[in-house]
Design a protein around this ligand. Structure first.
Ligand code: ADP
Length: 636
């Protein structure tokens, strides 16, 4: 079968020349011989030659020419009035010419139609192949050339399926059987192109047993679906991936059909409801009905686990079976849906199949295209988190309570600690007074002196209570200019009885007379008393034979330095590290508050207090204080 549509112009020229020659020969015989038979009938041969592949114009022109030649011969031979039999031959010849022209024109029209159809086959992207009963290619369109890479000339007469190494989805015999039975077959085949590329094609076959010789012909149309198949496979893979993510997410996902609900809301609007929140508040039954109309259409396995439901089918009920919240909360969702918001999030309470209550966060994602047939909601179980938060809050409340109780305890403990020393002094003076009274005669002057000292100690105790209480309750201490050396002398005087009780001697070296500091006299004295009592207790506790306290003051570049050292065992490394921490004590009945208070008080005076490391001392305890000085004369 010829696939081209343009006749070869050289062949056409030859044909026309042959026809011309034949016409000349017939004319010569008809005109110049006396054969007397209907030689002019042979002009039909000229028409047949021209008509075979010639154009419509060529057929018409050659028909006219042949008629003119016939008439010319007749005129030449018989003049204008020939014999009857000659005239009859003329008429028969002309009739034969007309009939042949008609046939040629009609054949030409058919030919054009066929060529048009063949062009159409070439225009199509599908590969079209026509093969004979033996499977040999007799037609192969341009689509086939493009797809497989072989030209028609290369495949003509060959078995296309052998050439393309076609793999069929079923045995060839079954395909043949189907062709024999129905005349058609369709299936997906895989073929290999000239470059070795694999092509997946949807193949449609048509068997026409009545066309052609010996067993008919098969028309095959192959549509390349390689890319479609790849895209479909990619889509399938992506769907599988999405499914896996969907099913195994830690978050439960519910899909809902919200169309009925949206339709009802739109109907409300159409009926003139402008203020939806107000309408919903007035019509709780409507909200309840809406809530009952939400259908769950899909859930992931996390959702099944979360709700304790065995299968998806069991889940595909209405939302209200799980929703525990009151209608007011659901109204919020209706308002969001009505407002066409892109997302909506809220906390909700769900009831599982087993009846347990779950606190969840529900987040709706409304599709941007407004399709509400499959709206996804992520449901995050926060029950545990809420429980932890509530426990935390409870613990925090308890802690606050404990802290308040501890502060009260701390204040009372501090007061108890600080008044221990004046109380001890009162006891000592009272004992002394009674001993002077027991003398014979009683030494009333000494009694009076002892009672005076006891009274001073008692006043100090009440002053200490007041100061410590105000200090612990964060009331600012006094900030008055103080001359430190006399202040220290007073403190030494106050602690003297206790030192004497522990057989401790004290050597003060006060070398900063006139140096003023700004501060609270009672609190600063309390610091020094604490340090001296600690030193005395350390020496007594360790049974030191030599019990001496050295107290020195000296001026420094920026203020005043005070040092209290003793001849006791010194701070242990643990005590040196922790002594300033509240409640650290190594004493059986100690409270561990003295040094903590000292640091707080010195800190409140912008100074610092440190324990001198053991290797810098002669073995005893040594504590150093630095306080900033107030320039003399600037006292307020
Ligand atoms: P408390 O006297 O109630 O124990 P402190 O805060 O005053 O509380 O002292 C804390 C600890 O520091 C004491 O228990 C003791 O171990 C140690 N410490 C204090 N002063 C001295 C010192 N001069 N020598 C040795 N250790 C001391």
């Amino acid at each position: 079968m010829r696939r081209g549509t343009t006749p070869d112009s050289r062949a056409a020229r030859c044909r026309y020349a042959g026809a011309f020659l034949l016409a000349g020969t017939i004319f010569a015989i008809d005109t110049f011989t006396t054969l007397g038979s209907a030689v002019a009938v042979l002009y039909v041969l000229v028409l047949i030659i021209v008509g075979e592949g010639g154009s419509r114009r060529a057929i018409l022109t050659s028909a006219a020419l042949c008629a003119i030649l016939t008439l010319s011969s007749f005129a030449f031979m018989h003049g204008l009035h020939g014999h009857l039999d000659a005239s009859l031959r003329l008429l028969i010849s002309l009739a034969a010419l007309i009939a042949t022209s008609f046939l040629m024109l009609s054949r030409h029209a058919d030919q054009r139609a066929l060529e048009g159809q063949a062009e159409l086959l070439d225009v199509t992207h599908d590969a079209i192949c026509l093969s004979d009963a033996a499977g040999r290619v007799i037609y192969w369109n341009r689509g086939a050339e493009r797809l497989y890479g072989w030209s028609f000339d290369e495949v003509h007469g060959r078995d296309a399926h052998e050439l393309l190494a076609t793999r069929f989805p079923q045995p060839r015999e079954e395909i043949e059987a189907s062709l024999a039975l129905t005349g058609a077959w369709e299936g997906e085949i895989t073929q290999t192109t000239r470059e070795g590329r694999e092509v997946r094609a949807l193949s449609r076959w048509l068997r026409r047993a009545d066309i052609g010789r010996r067993g008919g012909r098969t028309l095959e149309s192959n549509t390349d679906i390689t890319t479609r198949t790849t895209a479909e496979e990619a889509l399938r893979r992506s769907e599988r991936r999405y499914r896996t993510i969907f099913e195994n997410l830690a978050v439960a996902i519910w899909e809902h059909d919200l169309r009925p609900m949206k339709a009802e809301l739109e109907a409300l609007r159409a009926n003139g409801v402008d203020d939806l929140p107000a309408y919903l508040a007035d019509n709780p039954d409507f909200v309840r009905r809406m809530r009952n109309s939400v259908r769950i259409i899909d859930v992931n396995t996390t959702a099944l686990r979360m709700m304790g439901v065995g299968s998806k089918e069991e889940f595909f009920t209405s939302l209200h079976e799980f929703l525990e919240d009151d209608v007011a909360r659901f109204a919020g969702f209706l308002i969001a849906l009505d407002a066409n918001v892109p997302t909506w999030e809220a906390e909700a309470t769900l009831r599982t199949r087993a009846g347990d209550l779950l606190r969840v966060i529900v987040a709706f994602n409304f599709p941007p295209d407004g399709a509400l047939d499959c709206v996804q909601a992520s449901v995050l179980n926060i029950t545990e988190r809420v429980r932890v938060q509530e426990t935390l809050q409870r613990t925090r409340d308890q802690l606050d309570h404990t802290r308040r109780a501890a502060t009260i305890g701390e204040v009372s403990a501090s007061i108890a600690h600080e008044i221990n020393q004046p109380l001890a002094a009162i006891t000592l003076h009272a004992d002394a007074a009674s001993r002077w009274m027991d003398r014979n005669p009683p030494d009333l002057d000494e009694v009076r002196a002892s009672i005076r000292e006891a009274a001073i100690a008692a006043r100090r105790a009440s002053e200490v209570v007041r100061r410590v209480r105000s200090f612990m309750s964060k009331v600012e201490p006094d900030r008055v200019p103080l001359d430190l050396d006399p202040l220290i002398e007073e403190a030494i005087h106050l602690v003297q009885p206790e030192l004497a009780a522990h057989a401790v001697t004290l050597q003060p070296t006060l070398a900063a007379p006139g140096t003023l500091v700004r501060g609270d006299r009672i609190l600063l004295q309390q610091v020094l008393i604490n340090l001296m009592v600690n030193a005395a207790q350390a020496m007594a506790g360790s049974g030191s034979a030599e019990r001496q306290i050295r107290l020195t003051t000296s001026r420094t570049a920026r203020g005043i330095a005070i040092e209290v050292s003793d001849t006791g065992p010194g701070f242990t490394s643990e005590a040196a590290a922790k002594a300033f921490e509240p409640f650290f004590t190594t004493k059986a009945n100690g409270m561990g508050l003295g040094l903590a208070m000292c640091r707080t008080i010195i800190g409140a005076h912008d100074g610092e207090i440190v324990i001198i490391p053991a290797d810098e001392t002669d073995g005893g305890g040594r504590v150093a204080i630095r306080l900033p000085a107030l320039v003399a004369g600037l006292a307020e």
